[in-house]
Design a protein around this ligand. Structure first.
Ligand code: ZN
Length: 262
């Protein structure tokens, strides 16, 4: 089953599907938002609105861990996420789509692991699913890959921070991509993101950043984003060519009482 975690304005993809149904799932971390189940291109798809209904939860208050757990419980093994981001480079413009291949995580108050009682170190050398990324890129509708910088928010970044993120190798900056990607990896799910560039980050453009600017660009690119999601879902093959499904293999510290070394 394929999961879509939608940011602002992509719910319409559900209306392209058939046999639409709705479900709320209880998790140890709270109840999920209402998810929409539907069939698209003969594939089972679940749509979840990241912020709950009507942008109820700001980025730093989203229950990421409950969201990912709920999708896993639904039987989702692949997630396509959408995120609105700011551009850190003049050459990447509002309206462009970027697919992250790596991230820099500057969040600091989000529950970011399922493993508080086991010592599990998942490998994130390649944090986003290679197979899903290839499918998104092959659409020809994105400008390519980049590094996603995640900030805690909800404020926008300072000019000095933007300069630092650029110097560290960041391509785009947003507030919702983490810990979502890592939580998916921890549950051995494939995860990739399509980032819609909604604005230039602070100091990259001269204007004051406003949320109206963000929503306007996202609204203008909504149909393209839905097409990109729909095409990608159509192209996802049954077989996995990636290693996301084995993420826990060799990741856990097993303390054996019989070990002479301990
Ligand atoms: Zn994968």
């Amino acid at each position: 089953m394929i999961g879509i975690i939608g940011g602002t304005g992509v719910y319409e993809i559900v209306e392209q599907g058939r046999d639409i149904d709705f479900k709320v799932v209880d998790t140890p971390y709270g109840s999920s938002p209402e998810m929409s189940l539907f069939k698209l291109h003969d594939k089972e798809v679940v749509f979840m609105s990241r912020h709950a209904v009507g942008h109820a939860h700001p980025p730093h208050m989203v229950n990421y861990i409950s969201n990912i757990y709920a999708l896993k419980k639904m039987g989702v093994d692949r997630i396509l996420a959408t995120n609105a981001v700011g551009s850190l480079h003049e050459s990447i413009k509002p309206g462009d789509f970027v697919v992250p291949h790596d991230f820099l995580d500057f969040t600091h108050q989000r529950k970011s692991t399922f493993y508080d009682n086991r010592t599990v170190h998942v490998d994130v050398t390649e944090p986003y699913c290679s197979q899903l990324r290839d499918i998104l890129i092959s659409s020809g509708q994105t400008i390519g890959e980049g590094v996603y910088v995640c900030t805690e928010g909800p404020r926008f970044e300072t000019a000095a921070e933007v300069n630092m993120y650029r110097n560290l190798g960041g391509t785009v900056v947003g507030m919702t991509g983490l810990p979502e990607a890592v939580l998916a990896r921890e549950l051995e799910m494939c995860y990739a993101s399509i980032c819609t560039v909604s604005n230039f980050a602070a100091s990259i453009s001269s204007n004051k950043l406003t949320i109206d600017e963000v929503f306007e660009v996202v609204e203008n690119k909504r149909e393209n984003l839905i097409d990109l999601l729909s095409d990608s879902i159509m192209k996802i093959p049954a077989d996995h060519s990636c290693e996301c499904g084995d993420a826990l293999e060799g990741a856990e510290v097993n303390i054996s009482l019989e070990s002479e070394d301990l």
